[in-house]
Ligand binder design. Sequence first.
Ligand SMILES: Nc1ncnc2c1ncn2[C@@H]1O[C@H](COP(=O)(O)OP(=O)(O)O)[C@@H](O)[C@H]1O
Ligand SMILES: [Mg+2]
Length: 180
Amino acid sequence: MSCTNKKHILEIEDLSVSFLQYENNRSSRQIRLPVISRLSVSVHEGEIVAIVGSSGSGKSLLAHAVLDILPYNADISGSIYFQGELLTHKKIAALRGKEIALVPQSTTYLDPLMPVARQVRGNKTPENKKRQKTLFRRYNLGEDVDKKYPFECSGGMTRRILLTSALMGNPKLIIADEPT
Ligand SMILES: Nc1ncnc2c1ncn2[C@@H]1O[C@H](COP(=O)(O)OP(=O)(O)O)[C@@H](O)[C@H]1O
Ligand SMILES: [Mg+2]
């Protein structure tokens, strides 16, 4: 897709992520394990960018780096810009789940003890209820799904539920980890 006349929504510059780990379970020596090395990617408004890589190549970490939800032992360097503005910890905290949404890879992100419609809705306002219903209809999740618990949903249904959850806030940028 040609995007020369479209604005950047996301720019990742020179991103590196590494882990500090003990060499082995008998050693007190720590080693640095690089996972992402000097990656630059940009996404324009209206564009879909796919990141392809083998299992363990760092795709989920890249998503988590953008959302600032990396594990505590991860070390990150480089810059990430959203709509031209540098994403600081404070800025991403305000945007996460609103303007920038994550569709997580793992279905364990759902609360196993709460019916799915209720967790997608979040606040019990009539607007949220209406939006959840519209989104469920759009993704072919019948009315009977509303009251189901995560364990009662198939893998495909769960992916769609996670997607509707990300769309509740009407985000400008969706980061979908293993969307298929
Ligand atoms: N908390 C952690 N500590 C050490 N290594 C980790 C940690 N989390 C992930 N990794 C490593 O980072 C690499 C990339 O993981 P990931 O981003 O989940 O890959 P994928 O491309 O399959 O999504 C893997 O090799 C994994 O072992
Ligand atoms: Mg992954």
